[in-house]
Design a protein around this ligand. Structure first.
Ligand SMILES: NC(=O)c1ccc[n+]([C@@H]2O[C@H](COP(=O)([O-])OP(=O)(O)OC[C@H]3O[C@@H](n4cnc5c(N)ncnc54)[C@H](OP(=O)(O)O)[C@@H]3O)[C@@H](O)[C@H]2O)c1
Length: 279
């Protein structure tokens, strides 16, 4: 399943997340196994500190580079020189001369800083070093502020999204803007297996002889949301990949949509470690 981004780049709708996958043998074996299973999209970040092992696993898989979609994320806002050097370091660690998608990991509380970082992203994109550029954890107002100086619209916005936080208003806005929405934290830090979510989802899962995790991934894919579940467990890596073969009925999609409670289990982008957004 492919998502065609606004600039025509093709992004596999299902990928592997690697947050908290330790650099070294864990990240290496996880990515290597995922590629064997059939994943062709890997999500990493400078902050995850595992780009070198991710890159080595990709290299050793001997799959043509053009068939693998690699996303990485800018560690944090800084001077242009420092951020440019960090990008080059990512390329080196990943063992590639371009990334498929480069994301601003978090909005800064100061819109001018976001605008300045974005100008560098545009430069890297125009130089062909990123096939697509985007943002992460941006709310509608962060995007509107970015537009004030942007020459290029972000192609992707990666945000917390799961049955407890379906992000319908943000998704409607992004759809209108031609920005693809990508989910992180699809399992709600374990919340999808408990309480109202566990109850509702297990009932649906049993109908399809699927797992709760598969139902959640499939729900995202059927909403045209890019999904990047993380697992270091072989059985789960495979189980999550096979979620693309679970076809939920409209009625069950609706039932899952009704589990939305606007519940965040990750940091609120309006009140991030950089403080409340000032604009
Ligand atoms: N942009 C951002 O700010 C941001 C923030 C957070 C995450 N992300 C990205 O999004 C990806 C996904 O989010 P996440 O890693 O936070 O959380 P997640 O994918 O929702 O959940 C990962 C957890 O679920 C477990 N798990 C995986 N498959 C399972 C299955 N089939 N059944 C039961 N449990 C399962 C994993 O255990 P095992 O690994 O032990 O199998 C792990 O503990 C990240 O890896 C990262 O790439 C981005």
């Amino acid at each position: 399943m492919i998502k065609v981004l606004s600039n025509g780049v093709q992004m596999p709708l299902l990928g592997l997340g690697t947050f908290l996958v330790q650099d070294g043998s864990s990240a290496y074996e996880t990515v290597k196994y995922a590629l064997e299973v059939g994943y062709r999209h890997i999500d990493t970040a400078q902050m995850y500190k595992n780009e070198a092992s991710v890159g080595q696993a990709i290299k050793d898989a001997k799959i043509p580079r053009s068939e693998i979609f690699i996303t990485t994320k800018q560690a944090g806002h800084s001077t242009i020189e420092k951020m440019r050097a960090q990008f080059e370091e990512s390329l080196e660690k990943l063992g590639t001369d371009y990334v498929d998608l480069y994301l601003i990991h978090w909005p800064n509380h100061d819109k001018k800083i976001n605008q300045q970082t974005w100008a560098l992203f545009e430069e890297l994109y125009e130089a062909g070093k990123c096939k697509a550029i985007g943002v992460s954890n941006f709310q509608r107002h962060h995007l509107l502020d970015l537009y004030e100086t942007a020459k290029i619209k972000p192609m992707v916005n990666q945000v917390e999204l799961h049955p407890g936080l379906s992000q319908e208003p943000l998704k409607a806005f992004l759809d209108q803007e031609g920005i693809a929405i990508e989910s992180y934290g699809p399992f709600m830090k374990g919340g999808i297996f408990e309480g109202i979510w566990g109850e509702g989802l297990s009932e649906i899962a049993s109908k399809y002889h699927a797992s709760i995790a598969q139902v959640v991934i499939s729900w995202g894919l059927q909403r045209d949301v890019i999904m990047i579940p993380k697992s270091v467990t072989k059985e789960r890596i495979e189980e999550n990949f096979n979620a693309q073969y679970v076809n939920l009925s409209d009625e069950d999609m609706k039932k899952i949509n009704e589990l939305n409670r606007g519940k965040r289990v990750y940091t609120d982008p309006d009140n991030s470690p950089w403080g409340p957004y000032k604009g």
